[in-house]
Design a binder for this molecule. Structure first.
Ligand SMILES: Nc1ncnc2c1ncn2[C@@H]1O[C@H](COP(=O)(O)OP(=O)(O)OP(=O)(O)O)[C@@H](O)[C@H]1O
Length: 598
């Protein structure tokens, strides 16, 4: 469990503007741009159809209603219906097409962020809470979805409706129209004022969402410890603290939105009353017909929703920009290692022999204090098939060595070679194909035991017989077949109904199938009782046979038969040799070995 409970989601270091966000995400629309153009065209036709129907309404009022003539009704009524139908069909097509293009955009956006996330180094995930990252891939993508899905169509419709209605109003009575347009800047000023405040609140809301998801996620992961330590109250307090933060941001956002709505409502009422007043004056002076006034009022009235939706769009865009900030922060995080450029890549299609050579390797974690080296000038070689044990006190740099061998990071100085080739000259896929890591925590996929073992090898796909063979070698076959569903038993991370030792044996079976020439075992017996630990020694030795094996362990029973033992202390290699050599020396190794015995 964490010693210190962070309460805040990570603080963003910079904010992108809407223009930059647009610029960054625009490439994701590739392939759909002609559809977007078509959406725009549909919006134009729909707005045009609406404008025509209002003009027809004026014609109907003046020719049929004011004159009381039924015969004058049919013609404009027929045209009105036709135009309305056309508008409806085009509107429907435009909206459907817009939803389709927008969803495809989001699909790509989510995939892009997810793919990038998978290339990021371990320290990125240590710095960012898992729940917050989950929230970014779900909630933040949703916020952008709001903008793209509803925003795309409503922006197009709103812009063209505003243009057409405005033009029609000007055409009907330009002086009157200009008088009402004076109000437009007031709408914009009101929207601008709200936008900046809402942006801040939206960002707080998104971050609070992330923090809340993090707490829930962490509580679920740690539920056993929580119950064992009677920490339920503390967890509830933590949740309610984050929930309160979320509630405040959420209420502030709702309040701002409601205030904006009401303010616009009042402004609109003022404008409508002005028009009616001016219209009454114009009609009494005989300069305007009732039909014209009604159509004019309709145009002005119809102008508000699009203008309002443009304002609303500004608010949605604001929320989406806050979400875009958080997604771009992930996209801007650089992987610690990347594939070498083609001219530097050594092709390596075959299976390595497994010779490892580490020379003068020095490494400091990117976020560690200056001068705090996790490894300093480390050198050793391992012949193919050798069995090495890496030991030393906690924090000595043992796991760091594994991370460098797998190239989760590159050393600051020195080189690591596999079969004589510097590892940064191999593609990451080629390098990692040749190394199997068995971490302390067994990787469990939410799938059957069969697939959990078979996933060790992609190609050729393992047959059931091969899976069983691997399980037998890993001493897992007996307990798997004793389960009611045998190899078809579904297991899931953290809920697996298997013991730690059994899971380890599943992992060993998977590694058997993977059949990589280099094997790294990180504390294979940690967390297992003596009996369970003894039980996996046989399978481990079978797995190690014929492979270059590096066992990171405090458990020095594994070290007695090792070809080479490396003793690390604060990043330095203090002793190396075989078990008898090191015992004879009577140094740190002897001390560690004897404390283990005691
Ligand atoms: N992601 C990280 N960022 C910064 N420093 C780190 C990180 N991971 C490890 N360290 C530091 O690097 C040093 C070596 O850590 P490492 O995990 O390799 O030790 P270890 O020997 O495997 O320890 P243990 O036996 O406790 O697992 C330690 O001082 C540790 O605090």
């Amino acid at each position: 469990m964490r010693g210190q409970l962070p309460t805040e989601a990570p603080i963003l270091t910079r904010h992108v503007g809407a223009v930059e966000a647009f610029h960054r995400f625009w490439p994701l629309t590739k392939g759909d741009r002609r559809w977007m153009l078509l959406v725009g065209l549909c919006a134009i036709v729909a707005a045009l159809a609406e404008t025509v129907t209002i003009l027809l309404f004026a014609q109907l009022t003046d020719q049929a209603l004011a004159q009381g003539s039924v015969s004058a009704f049919w013609n404009p009524a027929g045209t009105w219906l036709t135009v309305a139908l056309l508008g409806a069909v085009v509107g429907y097509l435009g909206n459907s097409l817009a939803a389709w293009t927008a969803e495809r955009f989001l699909l790509r956006l989510r995939a892009r962020v997810f793919t990038h996330l998978q290339t990021l180094p371990p320290h990125f995930f240590q710095r960012n809470r898992r729940g917050d990252l989950v929230e970014r891939l779900t909630g933040d993508v949703d916020a952008i979805e709001h903008l793209v899905v509803s925003g795309l169509v409503s922006a197009c419709t709103a812009v063209f409706s505003t243009l057409f209605y405005g033009a029609a109003a000007l055409w009907l009575r330009w002086e009157l129209a200009l008088a009402t347009f004076v109000a437009a800047p007031i709408f914009f000023a009101a929207t601008r004022r709200f936008t900046s405040r809402l942006r801040e609140v939206s960002r707080r809301l998104r971050a609070a969402d992330g923090a809340l998801t993090s707490v829930v996620e962490e509580t679920l992961v740690n539920v056993v410890l929580t119950q064992a330590y009677n920490r339920q109250r503390d967890e509830e307090t933590r949740l309610s603290r984050e929930a309160l933060r979320w509630l405040r941001a959420s209420v502030a956002s709702a309040r701002l939105n409601a205030l904006y709505e009401q303010l616009i409502e009042v402004l609109e009422t003022l404008c409508v009353l002005t028009i009616i007043g001016l219209g009454a004056w114009e009609i009494s002076a005989g300069r305007m017909s009732l039909g014209q006034l009604l159509a004019f009022a309709a145009f002005i009235g119809y102008l508000y929703p699009p203008i309002r939706s443009l304002g609303q769009l500004g608010l949605t865009a604001t929320a989406a920009t806050a979400a875009a900030d958080r997604l771009l922060e992930i996209l801007d995080a650089r992987p610690a290692v990347i594939d070498p450029p083609p001219e530097r890549t050594t092709p390596f299609p075959h299976r390595a022999r497994g010779e490892l050579a580490v020379q003068d390797v020095t490494f400091r974690y990117p976020n560690a204090a200056p001068g705090h080296h996790a490894l300093a000038a480390l050198s050793f070689t391992a012949q193919p098939g050798a069995f090495l044990v890496v030991t030393g006190p906690s924090g000595a740099g043992k796991s760091t060595l594994a991370a460098l061998l797998l190239r989760f990071y590159d050393p600051d100085a020195g080189t690591i070679r596999l079969d004589g080739i510097e590892v940064d000259r191999l593609s990451l896929a080629d390098l990692r194909r040749n190394i199997t890591l068995l971490p302390q925590e067994t990787l469990v996929l939410h799938d059957t035991i069969e697939h959990n073992i078979a996933c060790g090898r992609d190609y050729p796909t393992p047959t059931h017989e091969e899976v069983v063979q691997a399980a037998r070698a890993a001493d897992a076959h007996a307990f798997v077949t004793a389960l009611p569903n045998g190899y078809d038993t579904v297991i899931a991370p953290a809920t697996a109904a298997l013991s730690g030792g059994q899971l380890q044996r599943i992992a060993i079976a998977r590694a058997m199938l993977r059949d990589a020439p280099v094997l790294i075992l990180d504390e294979p017996t940690t967390g297992l009782d003596t009996l369970a630990a003894q039980r996996i020694l046989g399978p481990l030795h079978r797995l190690a046979a014929g492979r270059t094996t590096l066992v990171i362990s405090h458990d020095l029973d594994l070290a007695t038969g090792a070809d080479l033992i490396l003793v690390l202390d604060e990043g330095h290699l203090t002793e190396s040799g075989t078990h008898p050599d090191l015992l004879a020396r009577g140094g740190l190794y002897t001390e560690l070995f004897e404390s283990g015995r005691g």
